[in-house]
Write a new protein. Sequence first.
Length: 323
Amino acid sequence: MQAWQVHENGEPGEVMRLEDVARPTPGDGQVLLKVRAANINFPDVLMVRGHYQVRPPLPFTPGVEICGETEDGRRVIANPALPHGGFAEYAVADTAALLSAPDSLDDAEAAALHIGYQTGWFGLHRRAGLEAGETLLVHAAAGGVGSAAVQLGKAAGARVIGVVGGADKAAVARELGCDLVIDRRSEDVIAAVKEATGGRGADVIYDPVGGEAYTQSAKVVAFEGRIVVVGFASGTIPSPSLNHALVKNYSVLGLHWGLYNTKNPKLVRHCHEQLTELAARGAIKPLISERVPLAEAAAAVQRVGDGVTTGRIAVLPTEGAGA
């Protein structure tokens, strides 16, 4: 089969190689899946660079999120078991963790209804307790993780403020349903949020960016607000001033979604049921900005790493996938 291999860490466009390799052999409790669609996530970029908390042995095939097909023809959503990732014609995954792909979504959309949406659901509902009528602020609102949080926030009845970088991303955020979009490149984020909320601030802030975005969050979080720390796409991990959290009465909540797979897998399945229901009634629909063939995967991963994409890019290894 064909698969992208990483033999040394570096920039995706430089170190990913499309090679002919043997199909992976499933281990105990695993299943071989034909990859119908693989979505590109920022952790894929970090893994190729060697900067992620999980460092698979070299060589490895990246791709942490797929819609695959079992040998008996079932469409499933899975996180491939590295080093046999999803940017390939076949991958392996743990049988116990397979989730049914919703009939309401095509292959690319189904693959994207996993990490980003599970993270959003756990962050907004399990950790932050978002309630209808509250104000939710989402950083990087047009990205893969942010776009999921925007849709989930609207589905929960929140007023959603999206922060983006650039006019093109602002247009995407508006189409996603943001009630207010702030372009951090041309607007003062702190002033804009305070003006939009009458000085009160945002009840819940969803931050996959870190760095300056977190600094802004601490200045615009409301009384008894909650800042959900999801990741550090900016490359800068902030050091919160806990005296500030005490003085303003807000919470800083960490979210590592992957832990639920081992600590409480029943919750992951419950979340998937909720997401499937929301997708079935059209309340959420993953934003797939591009669908590329397997041969273009490395360039697409590089674009995600460069921060120039919106939504998710789907890699379709076989003809007819995604339909």
